[in-house]
Design a protein around this ligand. Structure first.
Ligand SMILES: *Cc1c(COP(=O)(O)O)cnc(C)c1O
Length: 225
């Protein structure tokens, strides 16, 4: 029996939770397959999923290659920190990059002729500065720069710090407000532990790993992106 035999049931539960949180069936479920083999993608496709995500280029590329070889039609999202020297490879396979946080990344994407969708990742306040998102004050500048370069910036991504439900809700609400001021249409907010909060605050997509595929065994999974 497949290791992912209960995926359909889990997906049903997730959809019910999304409705309970005030979302509709239009909320996109992005299945995070990191640390899982290609069998997870197969199970996802069988269950009706079309969007999948990885957060390491080294894991995305071989998996996306296998999926292509096997003739599966999926849309990949990249949700990890952007390493510019890996960007060329990432661009070849993905339809959505959710983790833009610096102007140089936009410039590289433009140089590479990337035509997929882009989201700017917004760091929660109090986040150590670095690779996990742009400060809220920089978001409008980044979005404008992306548009100026002719890139398809369509939304914002939020990844909450561990904390209270209230602080997570406040952060997601801030992300949504920032995006609405810019007339953006996509909001990727919520993972297995907080997607109901994301949906309640207006997420249009949620990124789910363990809620769909079970707990990851790989130590890398606990490392920050
Ligand atoms: C791993 C990961 C997820 C999914 O995490 P789960 O808690 O397993 O749902 C979502 N977003 C990002 C950026 C991730 O790295």
């Amino acid at each position: 029996m497949s290791a992912y035999a209960d995926l359909e049931g889990r997906l049903e539960q997730v959809r019910a939770e999304i409705r309970r949180a005030g979302g509709t069936d239009a909320v996109r479920i992005v299945a995070v397959t990191k640390t899982h083999p290609v069998a997870a993608v197969h199970a996802g496709v069988s269950a009706g999923l079309v969007e999948f995500a990885e957060n390491y280029a080294d894991e995305l590329v071989p998996k996306a290659e296998q999926v292509l070889d096997q003739g599966l039609d999926v849309r990949w999202h990249y949700i990890g920190a952007i390493q510019r020297r890996r960007l060329r490879h990432i661009c070849r396979y993905v339809s959505v990059i959710e983790t833009v946080s610096r102007e140089v990344e936009l410039e590289s994407l433009s140089d590479l002729g990337y035509e997929g969708e882009l989201l700017v990742q917004v760091a929660p306040s109090g986040h150590p500065t670095g690779r996990n998102g742009a400060d809220a004050e920089q978001v409008s500048v980044l979005v404008a720069r992306g548009w100026e370069l002719g890139l398809n910036v369509v939304g914002l991504m939020g990844m909450a710090l561990p904390g209270s439900l209230q602080s997570t809700a406040d952060y997601f609400a801030q992300v949504r407000r920032l995006g609405e001021d810019l007339h953006l249409r996509e909001y990727s907010m919520g993972m297995s532990g907080d997607y109901q909060v994301g949906v309640a605050q207006g997420a249009t997509m949620v990124r789910l790993g363990s809620a769909l595929f079970g707990v990851r065994g790989d130590a890398r999974a606990t490392k920050e992106q």
